[in-house]
Design a protein around this ligand. Structure first.
Ligand code: GTP
Ligand code: MG
Length: 138
């Protein structure tokens, strides 16, 4: 059994899509084992996305992620990292497969509704960035 880190981004919380997105996780064998709503600071966004610091969209990304509430979660399931990436769909909604969260809900490549860890090491780091062990209840 594997754990991954997920965020429902401000574009999605603003449109009241939290439940719709969690329903897709649950229908695909992903279980929410930790969850909280946070309005992250600019500094928290910069820390979370530090790997993208040199990318041209870094400022826009950090502005967006600190522009409203997000829901940060830990998801658990068989191959949770790959399964979550599959149900999220491609980063750019124009490239996302039919039925994926980003195809259904994303506004653009920036406002793309969800984040999911891309590997076991990043999942562990990202979970630890937002959650204490005691907040994760499997
Ligand atoms: P995450 O799960 O959020 O990490 O998405 P990803 O792994 O599919 O994409 P990547 O790690 O390459 O980029 C991280 C995030 O930066 C994306 O989810 C987008 O929100 C944002 N991003 C990526 N490319 C662009 C871009 O060209 N413009 C803008 N504004 N944002 C971008
Ligand atoms: Mg990524």
């Amino acid at each position: 059994i594997e754990r991954t880190f997920s965020m429902i981004k401000p574009d999605a919380t603003k449109r009241n899509l939290t439940g719709a997105i969690v329903k897709i996780f649950e229908e695909n064998g992903l279980r929410v084992v930790a969850s909280k709503r946070v309005w992250m600071s600019r500094r928290q966004a910069e820390g979370f996305y530090a790997v993208h610091k040199e990318r041209p969209f870094f400022d826009e990304l950090c502005d967006f992620m600190s522009s409203g509430p997000t829901v940060v979660q830990v998801l658990e399931g068989e191959n949770a990292i790959a399964k979550n990436r599959e149900v999220m769909g491609a980063t750019n909604p124009a490239d996302a497969a039919e039925g994926t969260i980003r195809k259904l809900y994303a506004n653009s490549i920036g406002e793309n509704s969800v984040h999911g860890s891309d590997a076991p090491e990043t999942a562990a780091e990202e979970i630890a960035y937002w959650f204490a062990e005691t907040e994760i209840v499997g």
